[in-house]
Write a protein that binds this ligand. Structure first.
Ligand SMILES: *Cc1c(COP(=O)(O)O)cnc(C)c1O
Length: 374
């Protein structure tokens, strides 16, 4: 089967990354791999199945629909729903045994009323906003403890927070957040509420060995897919060895010879500086190739890094193949991945596009076929 554009995903690499994350977490710390956003476009069901086979007892998603998709596919692991939920999602949480993160005491009370009406006891994790300023409760410890006590039909299984600047070693924000969290955690313990799961860390704290932020569970996403964001400031030594699990390719539809000083593509943003061989590839911004790569991105063609020529358009983009004379129409170029010694990964693309690797991976569109390889 020939595809116009496709990703090749190695579940083997994801499994290896998962085991590297488990080693980094150490004994006694559960790893809850994050498979939200269709496993950062690696395919939530396939990734979740493999992780479950590798021993994962918890998975984390953003919303209830993502959890239901995994249950429908037969995933039996515990599933943490991290991104909040609307009233209309409560039923799905209960019916599909999805474990919600609670972000406010009002939601805690409402979910408790719902649990009472079902005569069920539901496990929940409570998220504290320790300084991120997004989701999470900003109530005082006394208010939180009081509300948890009153919630007769909820079992506080987990206490958690999330860091705003985990890769930034120029600020004290992470250590401030750890202190605020630890103070709250201790207040719960003093009140006789001992949550079994305590979790703060995504990929970055795990990758840089910030053990005081491991708690009893960690929630890595990006590192599972082989990336660690470049840190700012003086980061500790990177302890984690992970490898990208996804390559992205596109076919060359046509190659044409264009004279010197001629325009290429929308807005004539590229002018040939020499007589050029221009290849038109079957991928554009509708496939997730960032438009901001126009005139500045690169791809790998024939084992060499070559420039994108002109605007990335919706369905097509042009590449300068003048220095890759053997590359022909019908061949594939590599948008993310490696050929021989040439390497261009999602981090490289993100840097050139002025975005982050997360957005590159999550932006890979539905039109891009997915192929699983060893
Ligand atoms: C997405 C997410 C993670 C995973 O973050 P990575 O940086 O991809 O490891 C962890 N925790 C929460 C609450 C998240 O939303």
């Amino acid at each position: 089967m020939m595809h116009r554009t496709w990703v090749e995903i190695s579940l083997e690499s994801i499994a290896a990354n998962y085991h590297a994350l488990r080693r980094a977490a150490g004994v006694g710390v559960l790893v809850a791999p994050v498979v939200k956003a269709d496993a950062y476009r690696h395919g939530a069901v396939q990734v979740a199945r493999r992780l479950e086979a590798e021993g994962a007892s918890w998975l984390a998603v953003s919303n209830s629909a993502e959890g239901v998709q995994l249950r429908d596919a037969g995933i039996g692991a515990r599933i943490l729903v991290m991104g909040g939920f609307l009233d209309c999602e409560r039923e799905a949480l209960a019916v599909f045994s999805l474990t919600p993160v609670i972000h406010s005491l009002a939601t805690l009370r409402e979910l408790n009323r719902y649990a009472v009406s079902r005569s069920a006891v539901l496990p929940v994790h409570l998220k504290i906003d320790t300084g991120m300023g997004r989701l999470g409760s900003r109530a005082t410890c006394e208010e939180m403890i009081q509300s948890v006590r009153e919630a007769s039909h909820l079992r506080l299984e987990g206490l958690m927070t999330h860091f705003a600047s985990a890769s930034d070693f120029t600020t004290s924000q992470t250590s401030d957040q750890i202190s605020a969290f630890e103070a709250a955690h201790q207040a719960f313990i003093r009140a006789g509420i001992v949550p079994e799961l305590v979790h703060l860390s995504s990929s970055a704290p795990l990758a840089f060995g910030l053990k005081c932020a491991f708690g009893t569970m960690v929630r890595p996403g990006l590192a599972l897919y082989g990336y660690v964001s470049p840190p700012a400031g003086r980061a500790p030594q990177l302890l984690l060895q992970v490898e990208p699990a996804l390559m992205w390719k596109a076919r060359i539809l046509e190659v044409k010879e264009i004279d010197v000083d001629m325009p290429v593509g929308y807005g004539a943003r590229w002018r040939t500086a020499r007589a050029s061989r221009i290849g038109v590839i079957a991928a554009g911004y509708a496939d997730g190739l960032p438009h901001t790569l126009s005139n500045r991105g690169h791809v790998i063609a024939g084992g060499r890094i070559v420039p994108l020529a002109g605007a990335v358009s919706m369905d097509l983009s042009s590449v300068d193949l003048t220095d890759a004379p053997e590359v022909q129409a019908g061949d594939a170029v590599t948008l993310i991945g490696k050929e021989d010694d040439a390497r261009y990964d999602a981090e490289d693309m993100a840097r050139e596009a002025g975005i982050i690797s997360y957005a590159v991976l999550c932006g890979i569109g539905n039109r891009v076929a997915r192929v699983y390889v060893e």
